[in-house]
Structures are given as C-alpha cells and as structure tokens.
Design a protein around this ligand. Structure first.
Ligand code: NAD
Length: 279
C-alpha cells in the first residue's frame, strides 16, 4: 500500500455487506473512505463505523445505474480530496430463475446494476486516475461468473462480463500505471437477498440454503481483498470452494461441465442443501 501514500478510497454500495466491511478495513489502515451508496441511511451507518475504526469518512449518495452520478462522484472527489487512489465498483444485486422464465425486465435490471454500473464506474474514474499518474480499480464480480451454476443465468452473465472487463483493463491500463483486480467470492452472508428475485420460489430457498451453509463473513472477504490489492493480484478469490471451482474450470473445462451437469440432473446439489429433489 506504500504505492498510495495519500490513502483515498471510494467504494460503491458501501452501505452494507462487503462494501461496508471493506470500508472498515480501509479505516483501520487510516484511509479516507468515500462511502457511497444509493441508500443514504445505510451509508451514514457505515460512515460512523469508518470513523470509529480510525478512518476519515465522506458520504456521497450515488446510484450506480446512472452514469452521470458516477461522473459527478469522480468530480467531487477530485475537488474535495484532490483525487482518488483506489476505486471499488462493489454495488450489485442478485437474481435467479430458469432462463426462459426470467422476465426481460429482470434481465435489464440486473445487467444495468451489475455490469453497466461497472462500465460507468471505470469510464468515470479512469481519466482521473490517469491524470494522477497512478491508481487502482477493484471490480467486485462473483464466483458465479466462473462457475456458471444452473438457474442463475442472469446473474452469471453479468459477473462473467465484469471478469472479462477487468481482465481487459488489467492489460489496457498497465501502461498508464493503473492496477486492476477482480473479486470473485462464493456465498457469504450479507443483505444481498433483500432485492433478490427469482422465477420460482425454489430458487430463493436454494440461495438461502447456500447463504446458511457459508461460514465465511464479509469481514473475511474484505481482509482478503485488501491483502490481495497489496500483492497486486488480478484474481481475488477468497474462499476454498471458489478456488476449487476456478481451478477445475480452467484446467479441465469439459470435465467440469460434465460433472456439474451430472450433479444438477441427479439432484445431488439440492440434497446437499437440504432441498427436495428437482424435476
Ligand atoms: N454476498 C455474497 O454471497 C456475494 C457473493 C459474490 C459476489 N457478491 C457481490 O458483492 C457485492 C456486494 O454485495 P453484498 O453481498 O455486500 O450485498 P448487500 O446487499 O449487503 O450490499 C449491496 C449494497 O449495494 C447498494 N446498492 C444497491 N443498488 C444500488 C445502486 N443502484 N447504486 C448504489 N448502490 C446500490 C445497496 O444499498 C447495498 O448497500 C455485489 O456486487 C455482489 O454481487 C456477493
């Protein structure tokens, strides 16, 4: 982190879950943290926690589905802090469903919130980081973008897009001294289910069961993210199950999908999660 002596970070969706946990971890290191969220009450609660943990908070309301709000966030931080060292595109939502039953509105909603928002965030902040001659972008994707679990197509697609964008920018921005990482966690308990939608109640039960089984906390993931930024890692994969599926998919993709298909068809995954067998 010596690379960033001014210690200034902005995090979208910082009013809850991983965004809040990352805000607190940066605060412990004495950073200025711009806590940005669409929900100002949640952001204010994070602001108090940042302050309590030794950071210097600044709350900014920003709806990541609006490109001009991300541009205005970058402008404000240029004026108030003189720039930003790390920009974290974290805000996101989840949805599931059988492909043909997911309403087109849900597709539009999730693509805008999970993928276009990251595009808007990168577009707004790259010029600022470039002018400074130094900077770092962290995009929060998901293991869903790697593992491609069934009945999650709309979420998987957005997160795979974030991974692809991050890989591209990692190379494209290197000559401009801007680092890029992509975070790909598996399930951990947050408020992500608040806005969750699915085409079938079964999918909500499955998602709830995945969250219930997880022993990993937002704090664990946040600490891993900060350690990985220090080490300039492209892929930030905190949990062991995420590392396992990432490894299998890269090394033996045909076998990976054969096994995943067998598990899905046999209903083994559902039984593991304590669900009745699927059709
Ligand atoms: N929790 C998990 O298991 C998990 C796993 C993999 C990836 N992720 C990713 O982590 C990121 C953070 O999610 P979380 O689990 O902490 O969820 P969360 O719901 O606890 O936090 C998300 C935050 O984003 C904010 N937000 C929602 N819409 C917004 C908008 N339009 N503009 C700005 N902010 C908005 C919410 O107010 C909330 O504070 C998401 O991108 C999610 O996809 C989470």
């Amino acid at each position: 982190m010596k690379r960033f002596p001014k210690k200034r970070v902005v995090i979208t969706g910082a009013g809850s879950g991983l965004g809040r946990a990352m805000s607190i971890e940066f605060a412990k290191l004495g950073w200025q943290v711009c806590v940005s969220d669409i929900d100002t009450e949640r952001a204010k609660a994070t602001e108090a926690m940042v302050f309590e943990h030794g950071g210097k908070p600044l709350v900014m309301r920003c709806d990541v589905t609006q490109p001009e709000q991300l541009e205005s966030l970058a402008d404000t931080l240029k004026k108030q802090w003189g720039g930003v060292d790390i920009m974290v595109n974290n805000a996101g939502v989840a949805a599931a469903g059988y492909m043909e039953k997911i309403p087109l509105q849900t597709w539009e909603w999730i693509i805008t919130l999970n993928l276009k928002s990251v595009i808007y965030g990168c577009r707004a902040f790259i010029p600022l980081l470039e002018r400074q001659g130094n900077g770092y972008i962290v995009n929060v994707a998901s293991n869903a973008g790697i593992a491609s679990l069934p009945e999650m197509s709309c979420y998987n697609v957005t997160k795979a897009g974030v991974i692809s964008l991050s890989e591209t920018l990692r190379v494209e921005l290197k000559p401009r001294n801007i680092g890029v990482s992509v975070v790909a966690p598996t399930f951990f308990k947050t408020n992500l289910m608040d806005q969750f939608t699915s085409s079938d109640p079964r999918q909500r039960k499955l998602a709830d069961a995945f969250f219930e089984k997880s022993k990993v906390t937002s704090e664990d993931v946040a600490r891993h993210v900060i350690r990985s930024i220090k080490r300039n890692k492209l892929y930030i994969i905190a949990q062991a199950d995420g590392k396992f599926s990432w490894f299998c998919k890269r090394m033996t993709p045909e076998t990976y999908f054969k096994v995943l298909g067998w598990i899905y068809k046999s209903g083994l995954g559902d039984r593991f999660l304590g669900m009745p067998k699927t059709a």
